[in-house]
Ligand binder design. Structure first.
Ligand code: AMP
Length: 301
């Protein structure tokens, strides 16, 4: 079973209390696809510029990630520059250059149109809708978004929300989208907008999952040092959806397991800069940490 992702393939320049990195591989589709590729095959829909290096494309190819849907356009690649505070949960966007992403109209290769698992990464909701319109068969559509789109394109975002099963969103963005500061109320209000499941990411505090009939909470895996939190949310989503596609189990139990797999993959991502850790961790490492995660949260024994 393969997963299709639309999102950014980017250059990121990052400063964290542990160090800095210039123009490294980033973007929501990059983190998502590398994370999901541990579990299932992945196809990317996105855009890069003339300046995008071959060695970054090879990182994807080494993991058998399908790049037929990545178009190379005239111009420069999307570039994001961010700085994290001493409190690593807080970050500022210092620069955002859309470059080739401005005006990008996703065009799915013919063989992508039967995608059953679809992740609409953090990107303009107009582009998310464009992707949905081109897909023939869908089993599960999961969507991410951010404050930028909630503030600027809420009408289009609401159209997307009516057509998806699950929304993955930060706590502050859930408050912004719903107008409620209480997170339970915020989640209930978002459920009324369309998705059957809302997953609220709370950084180092973990994830809360809401549906009409249940609430599930998991912590983040406790780490002594977080080098670079960039991409944690997208890696979470990649591990989560990758596991759902691998297992085919969309029951409440299956969703809970997938949330823990997502949390495990995200915990590896933040151990080094950019996607580095995702390129040197293995599936047995992920399974081992999944097992210790089970012990971490077990209070039945
Ligand atoms: P995360 O840390 O999981 O929220 O995602 C970080 C990634 O989002 C970075 O690699 C950036 O390249 C990308 N990003 C930052 N701002 C935007 C934006 N406005 N639209 C799309 N992607 C973005």
């Amino acid at each position: 079973m393969s997963v299709l992702v639309v999102g950014t393939v980017a250059f990121d320049s990052i400063e964290t209390p542990s160090g800095s990195a210039e123009r490294i591989l980033g973007g929501s589709a990059s983190y998502f696809s590398l994370a999901a590729s541990f579990f299932t095959s992945v196809r990317i829909v996105g855009v890069i510029g003339q300046d995008f290096p071959q060695e970054y494309l090879e990182l994807f190819s080494q993991r058998q990630i399908d790049l037929e849907g990545v178009r190379r356009e005239k111009g420069d690649t999307f570039h994001w520059r961010g700085r994290y505070h001493e409190d690593i949960n807080v970050r500022d966007t210092l620069e955002l250059h859309l470059n080739v992403l401005a005006g990008f109209v996703p065009q799915l290769p013919e063989r992508y149109r039967d995608a059953e698992y679809v992740f609409l990464g953090n990107i303009d909701p107009v582009m998310q809708l464009e992707v949905l319109n081109q897909i023939r068969r869908m089993k599960l559509v999961v969507c991410d978004t951010m404050d930028h789109w909630i503030q600027g394109s809420v009408e289009e975002l609401r159209k997307v929300l009516k057509r998806i099963e699950m929304l993955v969103i930060n706590d502050s963005e859930a408050r912004l989208l719903s107008g409620y500061s209480n997170i339970v109320r915020a989640a209930r209000a978002i459920l009324k907008m369309g998705p059957k499941v809302v997953l609220i990411k709370r950084g180092e505090y973990g994830v809360l999952q809401f549906s009409d009939s249940s609430i599930f909470a998991t912590p983040a895996y406790p780490l002594e040092e977080v080098f670079d939190p960039t991409g944690a949310g997208d890696s979470f989503a990649g591990g989560f959806m990758g596991q759902l596609a691998r297992s085919g189990d969309h029951s409440q139990r299956g969703i809970r397991r997938a949330i823990v797999y997502g949390s495990v993959v995200a915990s590896f991502t933040v151990e080094d800069f950019g996607v580095k850790r995702l390129t040197n961790v293995s599936l047995p490492d992920i399974e081992a940490r999944y097992k210790s995660f089970t012990e971490l949260t077990d209070f039945h024994t």
